[in-house]
Design a protein around this ligand. Structure first.
Ligand code: GYE
Length: 306
């Protein structure tokens, strides 16, 4: 008699995992690096990635999430363009039994059972780091220091938090004053446009605090066009640490960069695997990052991956 060996029945672990990912858009160098990291690591993990670009619009993200629910993907992940307004669609995912992982940006939903975890940076801390450098640099200032602020996308977690963290720290010196603050939507074009308007309205700008490198880079164009020296006539602080930001910092045009790591893909894929395996994740996974002066930027530039 022959004894045929039967292959074991396919276990859930053998099944290819389908991940629906709704990205914010393609607004910045940070975003480009983040998208590449998500796509590369999904491929490496052997997942079937359904990737959707929301072009910075919440309604597009809600549509994408509903499509993922209809497609019965295994896990939904997204980087919420703004913090508010997610409860309804997250409830729909929960009712369909599809776990959600937030990445990069947070939501303000009170019901934290609507998502498994949030993987991303501590944006308040980034704002504090930016403020702390300025407080230290200007500790001997006897005169008012006029600061203009380029905010990120209105209502987004990084814009809200980077503003709050910075304000919290600069309060310690009454000479440090934010004289104008407006959104530049995290893009170069808007950063340039708003900086132009700031320069027209205020003759005495000492410092620019930009919520990301791209807006700082746009603002640098406006500052140079106005015949001023970025990094000298106007001190510039920004957040992200993308390649072009590092180049500007190494040239002394940006004085201080707070790093925000976009390479979230590997951690995200691990979290997806864990969730599918039924593991409970910590509600918050914080990424690691540093800060760089112009001198540091010069030294570190050859080693940057993005
Ligand atoms: O700083 C900015 C991008 O959400 C942390 O979004 C991200 C931010 C990043 O457009 O460049």
């Amino acid at each position: 008699s022959t004894s045929a060996t039967k292959a074991p029945a396919a276990t859930p672990a053998d099944k290819k995992i389908t991940l629906g990912f709704s990205q914010v858009g393609a607004e910045s160098g940070w975003r480009t690096a983040n998208t590449k990291s998500v796509q590369d690591s999904a491929k490496e993990a052997g997942f079937d990635l359904k990737f959707s670009d929301a072009q910075q619009k919440q309604e597009n993200q809600i549509k994408a999430i509903r499509t993922f629910i209809q497609q019965k993907v295994d896990v939904i992940s997204f980087s919420p363009v703004v913090e508010s307004g997610w409860d309804t669609v997250l409830k729909e995912a929960k009712d369909a039994g599809i776990p959600v992982i937030l990445t990069d940006r947070a939501v303000d939903s009170k019901d934290t059972s609507l998502y498994q975890t949030f993987i991303g940076s501590d944006f308040v801390e980034e704002g504090r780091r930016a403020g702390k450098w300025l407080v230290d640099t200007k500790k001997d200032a006897k005169e008012p220091v006029n600061i203009v602020e380029l905010q990120g996308t209105t209502g987004s977690a990084p814009a809200n938090d980077r503003k709050a963290g910075f304000e919290e720290v600069i309060k310690s010196n009454a000479n440090l004053k934010v004289i104008a603050s407006q959104t530049g939507d995290f893009t170069r074009a808007k950063g340039k446009e708003v900086m132009q308007a700031f320069l027209k309205a205020h003759k005495d700008i000492d410092v620019l605090y930009a919520h990301n490198d791209d807006m700082a880079l746009g603002a640098i164009q406006a500052i140079e066009a106005a015949g001023l020296k970025p990094g000298k006539d106007i001190i510039i602080i920004s957040i992200d640490g993308v390649k072009d930001g590092f180049v500007a910092a190494s040239e002394g045009k940006i004085n201080f960069i707070v790093e925000c790591n976009p390479l979230l893909g590997p951690q995200l894929m691990q979290a997806v695997r864990d969730v599918v395996a039924g593991k409970q994740l910590p509600k918050r996974i914080v990424t690691k990052e540093g800060v760089f002066t112009s001198e540091d930027a010069k030294r570190e530039l050859p080693n940057r991956q993005y």
